[in-house]
Design a protein around this ligand. Structure first.
Ligand code: ZN
Length: 246
């Protein structure tokens, strides 16, 4: 399916700064990002600012965390400008834009000294439509080709009801499964989804030996989160398979 043209994609005319070939690899990369540009609508907060992949997540307002969607800002819409920033990073974090997942996950990695390229979109690695899945594949394929300097890629989504998955199911995942929010069962189902969508997006092909799946385990009591890397015994499963109880 063709990505709708946006005003920042110019096919002809003079060559202002930021001009690029829409069908080049770089042009495809920019267009792919725009597929996620309206993701705040999933949570009815369209006014929330988008953030560059090289910036920190949106800070809390009056102690309330904000959602964070990352997009390529105008100043980085030339390939050289983008790559100059990208080459200074050493880790890629793919998370859901959820306010309780994106910020805490970012801060954990940052405290570990990582220089982060941040892909924060609704659902994180678990993209449930073909258009969104292809867009994430396009983004990761490009980042992989230019990513010899990257040491680690974290492919995540989170527990405690991902709003994006809820929108697809019309119900929280826990409810569809008949389990408690934040339960081990919800976490295990989310891990199975993460593995399934890692395969679908093809992330291991773009970053061989560098990708780690992780569940962002939201801790409501401490308003924090942890990475859960324990995927032992978890098999990849699609959302349909999980809900059907296969
Ligand atoms: Zn989510």
């Amino acid at each position: 399916m063709p990505v709708p043209k946006t005003e920042t994609v110019r096919e002809n005319g003079p060559q202002p700064t930021g001009e690029y070939e829409p069908n080049s690899e770089w042009g495809q990369f920019l267009k792919a990002w725009k597929v996620f540009g309206g993701d705040y609508n999933f949570v009815s907060h369209p006014e929330t600012p988008v953030v560059s992949p090289f910036d920190r997540p949106n800070p809390p307002i009056e102690d309330k965390r904000q959602y964070t969607v990352t997009q390529i800002p105008e100043g980085l819409e030339t390939e050289d400008a983008f790559l100059e920033r990208y080459r200074k990073t050493d880790a890629i974090l793919i998370t859901c834009m959820d306010k309780d997942a994106s910020g805490p996950a970012y801060e954990i990695l940052k405290k570990g000294g990582k220089k982060i390229m941040f892909v924060s979109i609704a659902g994180g690695i678990t993209q449930l439509t073909q258009e969104r899945e292809h867009a994430l594949t396009t983004i990761l394929s490009y980042l992989g080709k230019k990513g010899d300097h990257i040491q680690e890629v974290l492919a995540t989504n989170h527990d405690e009801t991902c709003g994006y998955i809820k929108a697809s199911l019309d119900n929280p995942l826990s409810e569809a499964l008949g389990v408690e929010v934040g339960s081990k069962e919800e976490g295990t189902a989310t891990k199975a989804l993460i593995l399934h969508h890692m395969e679908k997006v093809g992330i291991n092909n773009f970053f061989p030996q560098k990708v780690k799946p992780a569940l962002v385990d939201i801790k409501r009591e401490t308003e924090d989160a942890e990475f859960d890397y324990d995927f032992s015994g978890v098999q990849p499963q699609s959302l349909e398979e999980i809900v059907a109880g296969k």
